[in-house]
Design a protein around this ligand. Structure first.
Ligand code: AMP
Length: 137
């Protein structure tokens, strides 16, 4: 973990070793502009503790994040926007430090484009799956 933190670009931003356009900050959270925006106002909200995936972050840090994403959505004046959080390379995560994107969607061309490959299923399968997941929570 210490090695990963030392080389983590977002940990360096938190420590001020790499510059960023800071938007908001609390004891547990930092928000700044994405350097390669999908639309104007595209911002990232990150926990100040290092963790690669959502499941690595303590709950009290996670609960600090969404209110800041909400404030950013309001402050950018975005009427339509996506909150996105990728986990793992296969799920399009490039930076291995948890981050929530707040991406304004001003028009069909700018912002997040989504492929939504829905699968066929049936009620019995969904019921069995819901029971299985609930039993593990
Ligand atoms: P993801 O694919 O979810 O891991 O997204 C990583 C995001 O981090 C991308 O949108 C990048 O543009 C953004 N990013 C990477 N380095 C920086 C940086 N130094 N400052 C701001 N945003 C960054």
């Amino acid at each position: 973990m210490a090695n990963k933190m030392a080389s983590c670009i977002f940990c360096k931003i938190i420590k001020g070793e790499i510059p960023c356009f800071r938007l908001a900050e609390t004891e547990k959270t930092l928000a700044f502009l994405d350097i390669n925006p999908l639309s104007q106002g595209h911002a990232l909200v990150i926990p100040k503790v290092h963790g690669e995936k959502l499941t690595d972050i303590p709950d009290d840090h996670l609960t600090d994040i969404l209110p800041i994403a909400k404030k950013l959505a309001l402050a950018t004046g975005a009427h339509e926007y996506n909150i996105l959080q990728n986990n793992g390379r296969g799920a399009h995560q490039e930076v291995g430090h948890v981050h929530f994107h707040m991406i304004p969607k001003p028009n069909p061309q700018e912002g997040l484009g989504i492929s939504w490959p829905q699968q066929k299923t049936d009620m019995d399968k969904l019921k069995a799956l819901a029971e299985e997941i609930k039993s593990k929570m």
